[in-house]
Write a protein that binds this ligand. Structure first.
Ligand code: GLU
Length: 537
């Protein structure tokens, strides 16, 4: 396997121009001598906080260690450059506002408010087939987020441990593909939704499990993992994989494992049925395979660490925290496709229709939600609906995609969408259209102007000085643009921040043809505008 491991930053390499620019953008120039601006540690740590980059993040550890070793509370340019160097690429991108969710703080406020809106849901029941699940506090609720840039946020019971249950299935499938190739894996299982319940005693017309997200396929994946390892080694191996995917060591609940084993008649029946159909690879010992399957279901994680697992899938198999490549992206793509079509039990079609994101749920009340190339989300709330999915979890997903344009096909509704795109900088949306209108007006570019209008640019938009597009066109003397703007309903007498109107601009720059045109169309100077306004009072 190719691995892109975390690289330590070389402290001896020369300061980069970019780092100095960042320092200048942040530093408080009133502190220290005139030639020695400073930046406070608090300012730096606040910025990390706002962007969701943890001080413990391994990628910035070298920089943070250096920062904490400094005796003063302020850093000069040289110290800052050393610090930022120790934070690697993520530090620069963060300070330049170039992380995948640029306004992470605001995004997290929205997530918290969805959490608050869903916590009141009391319907559903915790799984009752084993005592370890039936005794879980039904009020538990956690949401955790990790973006592909490693921006982290958690709310609720995010450090409680719970068993992964069926959420082991997408991970086991990805491992099976990684080890055996897609071709070999799919000689032993299909990739169609089953149309029956997750533990139905049913195989497809080739005598194979319908897909890897239901029990039959989950058991089959277990037969394809670490075939040359003994039972103990295989367990260590799966634990290591979860460790690599989440950056933390998972726990194991022996009591869940033993209970699973005792209540597993259906899973035994499924395995024997598949054996009878010749579905397993040659020389498979199904008791060992089932044992391994129960162990996988009994692995425990926290919501916090599960979000990193989801983010590793979101970034095509690279753990966002360690930057280690764990799965080949081709395999992750397969896994996400199957999570989309089969990950939410008998609700998979409806979930894919409404939410439009790959997800996998488990009977512990866990949902692993993946927003490809953006973030992973872990949700844990133990009360389940009739399909076996977390009630609050599904509602959280519903509200998430109502607010943000995360549904896979939201991108066909470009304009008029009331949804927010948190991948864009908050200023970007208004700036883009206003900016390009202003530039088109300045250059006298009528085509550009028309294209912007066709894209529903706002003709009333102003810049920070309250100047309209018409101010710019009038000042530059572009008659065709002025005519066009007035035709499409641009405001003719809107004063800018100094009270100046488009007609003032035309007069000031001696564009007589524009002055005449504006006058004909009802244009007023600022003086006239004030007079008219005072008369009408
Ligand atoms: N351990 C469960 C079983 O195999 C998994 C249930 C689930 O989360 O779907 O029956």
């Amino acid at each position: 396997m190719t691995e892109e491991t975390f690289q330590k930053n070389d402290p001896n390499s020369p300061p980069r121009e970019e780092d100095i620019t960042i320092f200048k953008s942040l530093a408080d120039h009133t502190k220290g001598k005139p030639d020695q601006a400073l930046i406070s540690k608090d300012t730096i740590l606040n910025i990390f906080n706002r962007h969701g980059i943890s001080m413990q993040d391994i990628r910035v550890k070298q920089g943070m260690d250096f920062l904490h070793s400094l005796p003063d509370k302020d850093l000069n340019q040289e110290q800052f450059v050393n610090f930022i160097h120790g934070c690697g690429a993520i530090g620069n991108r963060m300070l330049q506002g170039r992380l995948v969710i640029p306004d992470f703080e605001h995004f997290c406020q929205s997530i918290s408010s969805i959490y608050e809106k869903t916590i009141g849901l009391q319907s559903g029941h915790v799984a009752s087939y084993i005592p370890q699940l039936s005794s879980v506090d039904p009020e538990k609720f956690a949401i955790s987020i990790c973006t592909v840039d490693g921006q982290r946020f958690s709310i609720g019971d995010s450090s409680d441990w719970f068993c992964v249950q069926s959420v082991c299935k997408p991970i086991n499938y990805s491992i099976a593909i990684q080890e055996n190739s897609e071709k070999v894996v799919h000689q032993h299982m299909g990739r169609e939704p089953s149309g029956t319940s997750f533990n139905a005693l049913a195989l497809n017309h080739h005598g194979l499990p319908h897909n890897p997200m239901i029990n039959a396929g989950g058991i089959m994946c277990c037969s394809l993992i670490g075939r040359d390892l003994n039972g103990a080694e295989r367990f260590d191996y799966i634990t290591q994989m979860w460790h690599k995917l989440s950056g933390e060591i998972p726990r194991f609940s022996n009591s869940v494992y033993l209970s699973e084993k005792e209540t597993a008649d259906r899973n035994y029946a499924l395995a024997y049925y598949m054996k009878e159909q010749g579905a397993f690879p040659p020389e498979t010992d199904i008791k060992t395979v089932l044992d391994f399957y129960f162990q996988c279901c009994a692995l425990e994680v926290t919501s916090d660490m599960a979000s990193v697992v989801a983010a590793s899938l979101a970034s095509g198999g690279i753990c966002p925290i360690t930057r280690e490549l764990i799965f080949r992206p081709e395999g992750v793509k397969n896994c996400l496709s199957l999570m989309s079509s089969c990950g939410m039990y008998d609700f998979s079609g409806e979930f894919n229709f409404k939410i439009g994101l790959p997800a996998k749920s488990g009977v512990s009340g866990m949902i692993l939600l993946v927003i490809p190339n953006v973030m992973g989300i872990s949700i844990w709330s133990p009360r389940l609906d009739a399909m076996g999915n977390s009630v609050r979890g599904v509602e959280f997903c519903n509200q998430l995609v109502q607010e943000f344009n995360f549904h896979a096909f939201d991108n066909v509704i470009l304009q008029n969408s009331s949804k927010t795109d948190p991948r864009r900088h908050p200023y970007e949306k208004s700036n883009l259209s206003t900016n390009s209108l202003m530039w088109a007006a300045w250059r006298g570019d009528l085509h550009g102007m028309r294209e912007n209008m066709a894209n529903q640019a706002d003709i009333n938009a102003t810049d920070y000085d309250h100047r309209t597009v018409l101010h710019v066109a009038a000042a530059e003397g572009h008659e065709d643009i002025v005519r066009y703007l007035i035709n499409v309903g641009a405001p003719i007498n809107k004063p800018d921040r100094w009270g100046r109107t488009p007609l003032d601009e035309a007069e000031f720059h001696h564009h007589d043809h524009i002055t005449n045109l504006l006058r004909q169309l009802g244009g007023l100077t600022s003086k006239e505008l004030i007079q008219t306004e005072s008369q009408s009072k």
